[in-house]
Ligand binder design. Structure first.
Ligand code: ADP
Ligand code: ZN
Length: 196
């Protein structure tokens, strides 16, 4: 770990399929190689592929501590970090956590830890997602990754398209849908669609 990463917040954001999990795993593997200790947290509801690991769409994986996302779960994360005292703390899909995570993350930073957080910057409507706008404002380092637009295949994708039964989701649809027949695609601004 470079000295300048100590006591700082790094954000890796962008739409789905932009390589956020891949980049998070890459950074943490380098932390491992340098012999530093780390803890990686991920929300329990993000159980797309593997319950105990963060897994990228390209099947790269790293072991993670599974947590809830509410205020009391964040207290649990705080306790785990207090016990294990890792030099680096990482979160995948940080936008899912209660807003209390922002104060907690900044506390970790002030105590000299390197914090790396990955997640969507905008929801399917293109609006700033949950705690992400605050975290981006506090961050020391920000990387905004882009995917390839799966519709035109000629521009980079900065948006996450939600499809329900193959059709664009409506603006009035809930921001987070659990268990619905939904699907996501990476799209550029021109190809991104929302039903009004
Ligand atoms: P994220 O965490 O941002 O959703 P991942 O790190 O899980 O992204 O996955 C990134 C990988 O997804 C890429 O390396 C590539 O193999 C694959 N992929 C699938 N669809 C796309 C796309 N439209 N644009 C770029 N990569 C894509
Ligand atoms: Zn496009």
């Amino acid at each position: 770990m470079n000295e300048f990463h100590k006591g700082s917040l790094e954000i890796i954001c962008g739409p789905m399929f932009s390589g956020k999990s891949e980049e998070l795993i890459r950074r943490l593997k380098r932390v491992q190689i340098s012999g530093k200790s780390f803890l990686l947290f991920k929300p329990a509801i993000d159980n797309r592929y593997d319950i105990n690991h963060v897994v990228s769409h390209d099947q790269r994986k790293l072991e993670a501590v599974i947590t809830g996302i509410d205020k009391s779960s964040i207290e649990g994360i705080e306790r785990t970090i207090g016990e294990k005292n890792p030099e680096v703390v990482a979160f995948d899909e940080i936008w899912m956590y209660d807003d209390k995570i922002v104060g907690f993350v900044m506390d970790c930073v002030r105590r000299g830890r390197r914090v790396i957080a990955a997640g969507l910057d905008t929801n399917f409507r293109g609006e700033p997602f949950g705690n992400m706008s605050q975290l981006l404002a506090h961050a020391d380092f920000v990387d905004k990754l882009k995917a390839i637009c799966i519709r035109c295949k000629s521009r980079e994708a900065v948006m996450t398209q939600r499809l329900i039964d193959g059709l664009p989701a409506k603006r009035s649809d809930p921001t987070i849908v659990v268990g619905a027949a939904e699907m996501y695609e990476a799209r550029c601004r021109e190809c991104h669609e929302i039903e009004q």
